[in-house]
Write a protein that binds this ligand. Structure first.
Ligand code: ZN
Length: 195
């Protein structure tokens, strides 16, 4: 029998970097990333129904960000602040969400939604204790956001059906999942959420 998780007033949803450049056809397209969109929208609707807070992070780089190949970094130019690639697809409607912009400093590589953002302050103000986290990519921004969430003392439910990995190394997504679970993240899937 699948265990059931009951949503509580101290819960919030955090969806990492659903942006066109990470989706099919984007500058840094992640294989299979489109497949998780309907599931993530399901979580969004569920949290909306319960009146629970929803946060979306966005990679929001200056055009000469240090992570870009042109600057000696590892990635093709992606998610330049305000560009079409930096926006979510129009079908990904999240009217009540708070947007968290991250990795805005030219000279600093940053993967976590907590790094130099207001996210922790927002969560504390709302008395959030448990975060349901999904999005892109499992082995970078999801991993680092979950690590920071655990360090900051949040309980974490990792949305296993709402993440996809870059997998520069073939197993890195699986390794990241194992690391997050080792850090205390609870692996969760849609069927476990009660009504
Ligand atoms: Zn980036």
């Amino acid at each position: 029998m699948i265990p059931t998780i009951t949503l509580m007033p101290s819960d919030a949803l955090l969806i990492i970097d659903i942006q066109n450049d990470f989706l099919t056809g984007g500058a840094l397209s992640i294989s299979g990333s489109h497949e998780i969109l309907p599931t993530l929208l399901g979580y969004v609707r569920r949290f909306q129904t319960h009146g629970l807070p929803i946060f979306l992070s966005r990679d929001w780089h200056p055009p000469d960000h240090c992570s870009f190949l042109s600057q000696g970094g590892p990635w093709p130019t992606h998610c330049v602040a305000g560009s079409p690639g930096s926006l979510p697809p129009s079908s990904f409607t999240t009217p009540t969400a708070v947007i968290i912009y991250k990795a805005k400093d030219r000279d600093e590589e940053a993967y976590s939604a907590f790094h130099h953002t207001e996210l922790d302050r927002h969560l504390q103000a709302l008395n959030v204790r448990r975060l349901f986290i999904g999005g892109l990519a499992t082995d970078y921004c999801v991993l680092n956001s979950v690590k920071d969430a655990r360090t900051l003392g949040y309980d974490v439910c990792l949305l296993m059906d709402g993440i996809k990995a870059v997998n520069l190394q073939p197993e890195s997504g699986l390794r990241a999942e194992a690391e997050m679970i080792h850090l205390g993240a609870l692996p969760v899937q849609w069927e476990m959420l009660g009504t």
